[in-house]
Write a protein that binds this ligand. Structure first.
Ligand SMILES: CC(C)(COP(=O)(O)OP(=O)(O)OC[C@H]1O[C@@H](n2cnc3c(N)ncnc32)[C@H](O)[C@@H]1OP(=O)(O)O)[C@@H](O)C(=O)NCCC(=O)NCCS
Length: 179
């Protein structure tokens, strides 16, 4: 068990640790700054509280909270500038599912996402993960570019409904040993 508040990994000047109920105000603030992202997935009106659920409680069927790693990305001043959520062994043993990677809009398009993904990948290898899987919305062209550039390959497409929005999601995955 990782002690509470312990840094899991770092990316440049940013540190990543698990978030908890004590961080709900910070996470809500991040949700308010990422309304366009929430709207893209869940429809209108966007609810910043969804960011809290994504990082603290949302689980795929059959998984338990012990398999969920909701993480916050903190800058040097302790501001929450991003969120990451990964689920262990989902859908297969040693294949982890990335439910969320989101940055505050002020921190996008500067290479931070790529640095965080590299650091997350190293951390996942230390957890004995072999693959990372994710699903990116058909409406998220920038996200699709990011994952393709990061070496993820298409697995299948699925139709899914979140909130009041139905979208096609591109399921992608990447082997972690090869990079
Ligand atoms: C997806 C996300 C995590 C990527 O993180 P990021 O830090 O913005 O990613 P990068 O900076 O590595 O790349 C984003 C773009 O910035 C460009 N970029 C990177 N460094 C740059 C720099 N120093 N100067 C100018 N542009 C730069 C990249 O080329 C890329 O361009 P593209 O949009 O034409 O493909 C982030 O944009 C985000 O939070 N988006 C909203 C949430 C989301 O969609 N998450 C994924 C859901 S599946």
């Amino acid at each position: 068990m990782v002690p509470k508040g312990e840094t899991l990994f770092e990316a440049g000047e940013y540190r990543v640790r698990r978030v908890s109920e004590e961080d709900v105000q910070l996470i809500h603030g991040l949700g308010e700054r990422c309304l366009e992202h929430l709207e893209l997935h869940y429809g209108s009106p966007p609810d910043p509280g969804q960011m809290i659920r994504e990082l603290l409680s949302d689980l795929p069927p059959g998984k338990a909270l012990g398999d969920k790693f909701g993480m916050g990305v903190f800058d040097r001043a302790g501001r929450l500038v991003g969120g990451i959520d990964v689920i262990r062994d989902c859908p297969e043993p040693r294949e982890w599912y990335l439910g969320l990677l989101v940055l505050d809009p002020d921190h996008r398009n500067q290479g931070l996402g790529a640095k965080l993904l590299a650091a997350l990948t190293q951390w996942l290898r230390r957890q004995d993960a072999a693959y990372l899987r994710l699903a990116v919305s058909e409406h998220n062209a920038a996200g699709q570019r990011f994952w393709t550039r990061s070496g993820f390959q298409p697995v299948k497409q699925v139709l899914a409904e979140f909130g009041n929005k139905k979208s096609v999601f591109h399921v992608m995955r990447r082997a972690l040993e090869t990079r």
